[in-house]
Design a protein. Structure first.
Ligand SMILES: NC(=O)c1ccc[n+]([C@@H]2O[C@H](COP(=O)([O-])OP(=O)(O)OC[C@H]3O[C@@H](n4cnc5c(N)ncnc54)[C@H](O)[C@@H]3O)[C@@H](O)[C@H]2O)c1
Ligand SMILES: [Zn+2]
Length: 351
């Protein structure tokens, strides 16, 4: 913010920033980040941490808070900056929300999943007692700075991981987004979501995909920021996956577990007669094209039943099961019988 920089240079107090950066991101981009702060004469503390699903815990939150206290930030004018994937953003968001009851923070997502999902809403959190995101809160960041060039250095599998959450929005809300993924999925994987000028058959598929994914996500999240309404289309892929992801850790990434859940639910929708066999096939083919797993050995029938029981506890006694009713349209259902689920499960395993 040039205006803020000017104010800072003219004021006696030096601009200060406390930054938490994922260790891997620090190795790749840390020198540029430091250079930026130095050039702009910003006093800074950069805390590099291993932020992974396994370390996503209260211990790391407390580590950060200790360092924040040592750096002694001004709670009103010195937002904490988080640079990393969804795990880093979630941990730092929780730390910021606790420090002096609420300290502003800024998200700088560096993975595809965190660009299109973890940096969009207000939620933050950490895992607790083997349970995914069991401790957390709703504290929106003051800003999210999106720079897709970070995505260049993530492995291909991580692009697929982010594509899982994008496909979720496509299946629930946006046929055009589904078509984009079908036509340009491989190109997006090959080019790591970067924009290239010059004429290709793909236009600026990366920009279009990212924009629609974020807009559709915002449409769902913004009117229901505190999740008072439990009927949420964005929960598609998130009924069974929390149980699955934690059970098989670290074999499935978040977006992959979400996709396994969505693949099963696609079969449920088909068995219920909500989508045709051809639509089901298109969805599964699109998932394969995005190099996402459409099945996982750990996703047993008992696990599905347990996950759905857990779901009931947290969704006011109703399953509130989002299911596609076509391509890019969906509804929430509370009346899927166990028999339907079992039939869908058998078909899914057979295929
Ligand atoms: N708060 C929310 O609303 C929300 C939404 C969706 C997901 N999430 C959370 O996000 C987490 C998943 O996020 P993720 O998929 O970004 O995983 P992640 O944060 O674990 O990052 C994956 C790996 O990529 C590395 N990495 C990050 N950026 C990189 C880069 N630019 N180049 C090379 N390597 C890089 C990291 O070191 C890490 O090992 C989950 O814990 C999930 O619960 C939160
Ligand atoms: Zn998710």
């Amino acid at each position: 913010d040039p205006l803020q920089l000017e104010l800072a240079t003219s004021s006696k107090r030096k601009l200060r920033r406390f930054v938490v950066i994922d260790e891997v991101v620090d190795e790749l981009y840390g020198s540029k980040v430091r250079e930026y702060f130095e050039e702009n004469n910003v006093q800074h503390k950069i805390l590099a941490l291993p932020t992974t699903e396994e370390t996503k815990s209260m211990d790391l939150v407390l580590n950060i808070l200790q360092e924040v206290q040592n750096f002694s930030i001004d709670r009103r004018t010195e937002p904490i900056i988080a640079i990393g994937g969804g795990v880093c953003l979630d941990i730092v968001g929780l730390a910021a929300s606790l420090y002096r009851r609420r300290t502003p923070y800024i998200r700088v997502p560096t993975t595809l999943l965190s660009v299109v999902d973890a940096s969009v809403g207000a939620k933050n959190g950490v895992n607790f007692l083997q349970c995914k995101n069991k401790l957390g809160g709703y504290t929106p960041p003051v800003a999210s700075f999106l720079d897709r060039s970070f995505i260049q250095s993530i492995p291909r599998r991580h692009i697929s991981n982010g594509l899982g959450e994008i496909l979720k929005m496509a299946l629930m809300k946006h046929k055009g987004l589904f078509d984009l993924l079908k036509s340009h999925g491989k190109y997006l994987l090959d080019t790591k979501f970067q924009s290239y000028s010059g004429s290709t058959d793909h236009g600026d598929a990366a920009l279009q995909t990212t924009r629609i994914a974020i807009e559709t996500m915002l449409e769902e999240l913004a009117p229901n920021l505190w999740e008072d309404d439990l009927d949420r289309l964005v929960d598609f892929g998130h009924l069974i996956s929390p149980e699955l992801e934690m059970r098989v850790l670290p074999s499935l990434m978040h977006g992959e577990a979400v996709n396994v859940d969505m693949a099963f639910m696609t079969y449920v929708a088909h068995v219920r007669g909500l989508i045709t066999a051809e639509e089901k096939e298109q969805i599964i083919q699109c998932m394969r094209g995005l190099e996402l797993p459409v099945w996982h050995g750990g996703c047993s029938w008992p696990l599905i039943k347990k996950a759905l029981m857990e779901r009931l506890k947290h969704s006011g006694g109703q399953p509130r099961m989002p299911l596609p009713t076509g391509l890019g349209v969906a509804e929430i259902f509370n009346d899927t019988s166990e028999e339907t689920l079992e039939r869908a499960y058998k078909l899914w395993v057979r295929d």
